[in-house]
Write a protein that binds this ligand. Structure first.
Ligand code: FAD
Ligand code: DHB
Length: 394
């Protein structure tokens, strides 16, 4: 088997890359270890920056997103029993859109299959070979058969737990990491969202986020311990905790209860490897970096990497040289680090830190108050939240 670009992983990064390469007349094969049903049902991120919406729209996979996505022009920061709106659109002229990551994945899979692009699910024993030569390859098992995919270039889009990053010899990459002393418990509930916009709440009991997937499907997150046992969180305990952390003195925009359809716990870390390349193997998305979810940047960063990588591969595969590919890691990392900084800042400002003697708490309240009252500080939050423009070197 031979192709121009071998893509490991059918998450948002791998699928979008295959789509953009197809539009540029470049062949690729996507290899995914899970089943189609699994990747289409996996509930993860849900907030798309304008730039992410734009690329999906411009490349013909935005129809359902425009029908079903919920555009939001602001968010609420809730602390000290009061709500404060950040007017994203008024401050930046840009909006964000709520549309589940698995819906983006479904749309990209449908586009791929509609033109017969190779996309193999349930592959096993994937391994990368000869990445530092001009003839890299990927070996894998599919339908019980051992196969080898020979390629010009390999894209490692296989997420944080994939094999591509680990296939790179020791000493080539440098990793930067922070593991946070808390996690998020996330639920999906058949309930009305707490408000028409997202609410990020800082509370003595811990952080809470009220978001949504539709007018009838609420998604909520609660800060919890990293080693938390999900079995210890009954539905009643989850609702009680959400009510307590989201309480506003004026009683406005309260959490609405409903049947809980799904629960899960996600650890929180910041992680980056540099460079995002080894020879002809290019890492993109969670394979190269993880952000804590407070800034809603994970999937958007994966999309931003792919925009840069697709352009570079287009030039390379069409014989216009390797300058853009050689610049890929540096270009992508400029945005990655700005998103890391923003995600770390939002996380630090909004979460409860165990062992705090009150100092940290006072600083958080002062910072939140400043962010809400100062137009300059509100703009700082807003322009990062909606996605930094390319003119800021990101
Ligand atoms: P992924 O979506 O992880 O895709 C990688 C793909 O590669 C997967 O389909 C995987 O099955 C496949 N794969 C792995 N190993 C192999 C292999 N050896 N061979 C072939 N295929 C392989 N971000 C937010 O902004 N907000 C959130 O609320 C949020 N929640 C999250 C919850 C969880 C549990 C996780 C894991 C992430 C969450 N994120 C969230 C982050 C966001 O979902 C990711 O940043 C995004 O999925 C990155 O896309 P990706 O394509 O790089 O990686
Ligand atoms: C969602 C998740 C986030 O981490 C976030 O900051 C905003 C929204 C969501 O799942 O909708």
């Amino acid at each position: 088997m031979r192709t121009q670009v071998g893509i490991v992983g059918a998450g948002p990064a791998g699928l979008l890359l295959a789509h953009l390469l197809h539009l540029a007349g470049i062949e690729s094969v996507v290899l995914e270890s899970r089943s189609r049903a699994y990747v289409e049902e996996r509930v993860r991120a849900g907030l798309l920056e304008q730039g992410t919406v734009d690329v999906l729209t411009e490349t013909g996979v935005g129809d359902r997103l425009h029908r079903e996505g919920l555009p939001h022009s602001g968010i609420e920061l809730r602390f000290d029993g009061q709500g404060h709106r950040i007017d994203l659109q008024g401050l930046t002229g840009r909006r964000v859109t709520i549309y589940g990551q698995q819906e983006v994945v479904k749309d990209l899979i449908a586009a791929r299959l509609s033109h017969g692009g190779p996309l193999l699910f349930e592959v096993a024993d994937t391994a990368v070979h000869d990445a530092d030569t001009e003839h890299p390859s990927i070996s894998f098992l599919h339908d019980g058969q051992a196969r080898v995919l020979r390629c010009d270039v390999i894209a490692g889009c296989d997420g944080f737990h994939g094999i591509c990053r680990d296939s790179i010899p020791a000493g080539v990459l440098r990793a930067y990491e922070r593991v946070y002393p808390f996690a998020w418990l996330g639920i999906l509930a058949a309930a009305r969202p707490a408000s028409h916009e997202l609410i990020y709440a800082r509370h003595e009991r811990g952080f809470a986020l009220a978001t949504m997937r539709s007018e009838t499907l609420a998604r909520h997150y609660l800060q919890c311990r990293p080693d938390e046992d999900i079995a210890a969180w009954s539905d009643d305990r989850i609702w009680a905790e959400l009510h307590a952390r989201m309480a506003r003195r004026d009683g406005v925009a309260q959490v609405q209860e409903g049947p809980i359809l799904q629960k899960g716990i996600t650890g929180m870390r910041s992680f980056v490897v540099e460079p995002m390349r080894h020879g002809r193997l290019f890492l993109a998305g969670d394979a190269a970096h993880i952000v804590p979810p407070t800034g809603a940047k994970g999937m958007n960063l994966a999309v931003a990497d792919i925009r840069v990588l697709a352009r570079a591969l287009e030039a390379f595969c069409h014989g216009r040289g390797s300058a853009l590919l050689d610049a890929y890691s540096t270009t992508a990392l400029a945005r990655v680090w700005k998103a890391q900084r923003f995600s770390w800042w939002m996380t630090s400002m909004l979460h409860r830190f165990d062992g705090d003697d009150g100092f940290e708490h006072r600083l958080q309240l002062a910072e939140l108050d400043y962010v809400c009252r100062s137009p300059a500080a509100s703009l700082t939050l807003a322009e990062n939240y909606v996605g930094l423009p390319l003119s800021l070197g990101a």
